[in-house]
Design a binder for this molecule. Structure first.
Ligand SMILES: Cc1cc2nc3c(=O)[nH]c(=O)nc-3n(C[C@H](O)[C@H](O)[C@H](O)COP(=O)(O)OP(=O)(O)OC[C@H]3O[C@@H](n4cnc5c(N)ncnc54)[C@H](O)[C@@H]3O)c2cc1C
Ligand code: SF4
Ligand code: SF4
Length: 283
């Protein structure tokens, strides 16, 4: 802030070689940005993410006593951490930083150079207004619960569970049906290799069942989720199965001799060509 409590903003516009500058008139944009409210300095540079580009930001912060930084370049996904780092090394809170994406959102998608330059100016103008309203944020470390909850035991959930579990994380795998396997368990061969589905799936299903880091909750559904990232509380409803799972050896006799046609399955069970159980579902 200056003595009047107004932010002192620096705007840095990247050419990205010619990726931006072949559509956006970066000199015109820098001139425009330098006249925006609270902007103390506006500079363009060939490759803003390069070491000299980052040094430029740090020098300008010191030289002009800047309190906010705007970089107009590529996607924040690509370089927001880079520029937050440069802002912080320049002595400004890294969250007093705003990025305007004038590459993916402008030069790469706009044919007309005048339209591209106009849009770049609009995005930078918005970024300058926004950064003036930022609050300083502080990073802090808090304890988190690293367990993983996976909802759905199809091939995707199974594979995710095994990957997390083998990296040492405790995994809860919740499946609403009586068995994991999902759609793949209903397929004979899988496109495009025509590999046998069961040959791929069943070893993974059995690995899930045996893995010491996986707690498998079949015939169960998530009822309630509360909390926040790193500290979730999840309520899971385990539906009645009328079977002592510790004693069941999976022989299947109960299935064949079950006196009711209402079975806990969404699937038509076939033996050869004969349908032996009608599709019904009761939860
Ligand atoms: C007829 C058919 C043929 C196909 N053929 C091929 C092929 O040849 N080759 C190929 O590569 N792919 C094929 N696919 C696609 C492939 O089967 C699917 O992409 C794959 O099985 C999807 O796996 P998934 O784990 O994402 O989902 P799913 O297999 O659908 O598994 C989702 C799991 O989540 C469970 N679930 C859902 N909601 C909840 C909830 N609220 N709580 C708890 N559990 C829940 C379900 O019961 C299920 O077990 C085919 C699909 C179909 C339908
Ligand atoms: S900051 Fe982004 S837009 Fe600029 S040179 Fe690096 S990658 Fe290209
Ligand atoms: S009959 Fe077989 S599959 Fe059914 S509950 Fe008893 S042991 Fe398990």
């Amino acid at each position: 802030m200056n003595q009047n409590g107004q932010p002192r903003i620096g705007v840095f516009i990247c050419h990205c070689g010619t990726n931006i500058s072949n559509k956006v008139n970066v000199y015109d944009v820098a001139e425009f940005a330098s006249k925006l409210d609270n902007v103390i300095v506006a500079k363009e540079y060939k490759f803003m993410c390069s070491d000299p580009g980052q040094e430029l930001i740090k020098e300008q912060i010191k030289e002009h006593n800047l309190t906010r930084v705007v970089v107009a370049s590529c996607s924040p996904l690509m370089h927001e951490p880079t520029f937050r780092g440069a802002t912080s090394e320049g002595g400004v809170n890294p969250f007093f930083f705003q990025m305007a994406n004038i590459r993916e959102h402008v030069s790469w998608v706009t044919e007309n150079p005048d339209a591209a330059t106009k849009k770049a100016k609009a995005l930078i103008s918005a970024a300058v207004r926004r950064v003036a309203l930022h609050d300083p944020l502080m990073k802090k470390e808090v304890p988190v619960r690293p367990e993983v909850l996976i909802v759905g035991g199809g091939i995707a959930g199974i594979h995710a569970a095994l990957t997390y579990a083998s990296s040492g994380k405790k995994v809860y795998l919740v499946e609403k049906e009586s068995s994991i396997g999902g759609h793949m368990s209903m397929l004979d061969k899988t496109f495009p290799t025509l590999d046998c589905s069961a040959c791929i799936l069943t070893p993974k299903m059995s690995e899930v069942g045996k893995h010491p880091n996986i707690e498998l909750l079949t015939w169960s559904e998530v009822e309630e989720i509360s909390g926040f990232v790193g500290n979730f509380k999840v309520k899971i409803k385990k539906k009645a199965r009328y079977v002592d799972v510790d004693k069941c050896n999976g022989c299947g006799d109960c299935w064949n001799n079950c006196p009711t046609t209402i079975t806990p399955s969404e699937r038509i069970i076939r033996k050869g060509d004969m349908i032996i159980k009608k599709i019904e579902k009761e939860h």
